[in-house]
Design a protein around this ligand. Structure first.
Ligand code: GLV
Length: 330
């Protein structure tokens, strides 16, 4: 049996080299658009699929699995995998893979971009300059807050949180963190201080979220947590929308109970066009593009392709989130 007998569904545009890798090794059903394959077509396409290169824009749930009796692997082109029903996959012996590591730098860079954009009002200033209202240099125009020497509170000191902390050191920031486990390595490398969440919220000038979306982290930041933050503080979320109670955030921003927010992620996504967040000046909003650099997209495509091909060939994939399903096969 050659690899060509594998059928892999790629239900959205995929960068090289990942696309070439799967084409060279398997029969591929490819949806080359930048928008996801419509659900009805996806349900049809997976009927005899051995693997899917899934993407965060669609849900890969029990309905998909029920239509895919041959499926052995879902390889998500993202580090987060809250769009995949991992428990249902594990029950059926389907491996779920993801792309950790390769997008850490791009996402940390985007986080810093949101911090600078909010603290220094970059987007508001751009809108103002283009509007033609700028008459004079004035001492009160677009006055913001210093990122340099501010206190940064990192919630979730994993790969991305750590890289954010490393960048923040360049701004001579004081670093507090809250994490499931203490990180003595980060404490000695970065002088980071472990604190409980209420202390982090109360003392930070910028709170940056880097935990995965799980039932435990859902609405980790709600009205009570926002109320603990300083009125001069900013909330940054380039992780997942569900971590923040979005309605509570709208209230806090509208009433200036915090200074602002920089968001790359929402709940739901895309954010509805009439959502009140879109009308607020004191937030900077990006459309879930934290990892969107060409080099990172290429690396994600390559890792996702290596994952899907490894599982189908009976080899250990580089990154699997439910490796227990592979035990009996490898
Ligand atoms: C993107 O959001 C990812 O999880 O990789």
């Amino acid at each position: 049996m050659t690899d060509q007998t594998f059928h892999i569904v790629v239900p959205q545009y995929l960068h090289e080299p990942g696309l070439g890798m799967v084409h060279a090794a398997a029969r591929v059903t490819y949806w080359p658009e930048d928008s996801p394959m419509p659900r009805e077509r996806l349900l049809e396409a997976v009927k005899d699929a051995d693997g899917i290169l899934s993407h965060p824009a669609s849900r890969f749930d029990r309905e998909i699995l029920d239509h895919a009796p041959r499926l052995r692997v879902i390889s998500n082109i993202a580090v987060g995998y809250d769009n995949v029903d991992v428990a249902a996959c594990t029950e059926r012996g389907i491996a779920v893979c993801n792309t950790p590591g390769v997008l850490t730098d791009a996402t940390a860079d985007a986080t810093l971009a949101l911090m600078l954009a909010t603290c220094r009002r970059v987007v508001e200033a751009d809108r103002f300059t283009r509007s033609g209202q700028w008459r004079y240099w004035t001492p009160l125009l677009m006055v913001g807050q210093d990122l340099t020497e501010a206190t940064l509170g990192i919630v979730g000191l994993g790969r991305i949180g750590l890289e954010v902390a490393r960048r923040a050191r360049g701004f001579r920031m004081r670093i507090l963190y809250h994490n499931r486990h203490r990180r003595p390595d980060a404490e000695s490398e970065l002088g980071a201080t472990y604190v409980d969440l209420p202390t982090l919220l109360a003392e930070s000038d910028v709170v940056s979220l880097h935990v995965p979306a799980t039932p435990e982290t859902r609405h980790l930041i709600g009205a009570a947590e926002l109320a603990r933050m300083k009125p001069t503080a900013y909330l940054i979320n380039a992780a997942r929308g569900s971590i923040v109670d979005q309605e509570a955030l709208v209230h806090a921003l509208r009433e200036h109970r915090i200074a602002g927010a920089g968001l790359d992620v929402y709940d739901p996504e895309p954010i509805p066009p009439n959502h009140p967040l879109l009308a607020l000046e004191n937030c900077v909003l990006m459309p879930h593009v934290g990892a969107a650099t060409l080099r990172t997209r290429q690396r994600m495509s390559e890792l996702a392709a290596r994952n899907v091909l490894a599982v189908l060939r009976g080899e250990p994939p580089p990154a699997c989130v439910n490796p227990e399903v592979l035990q009996s096969r490898l």
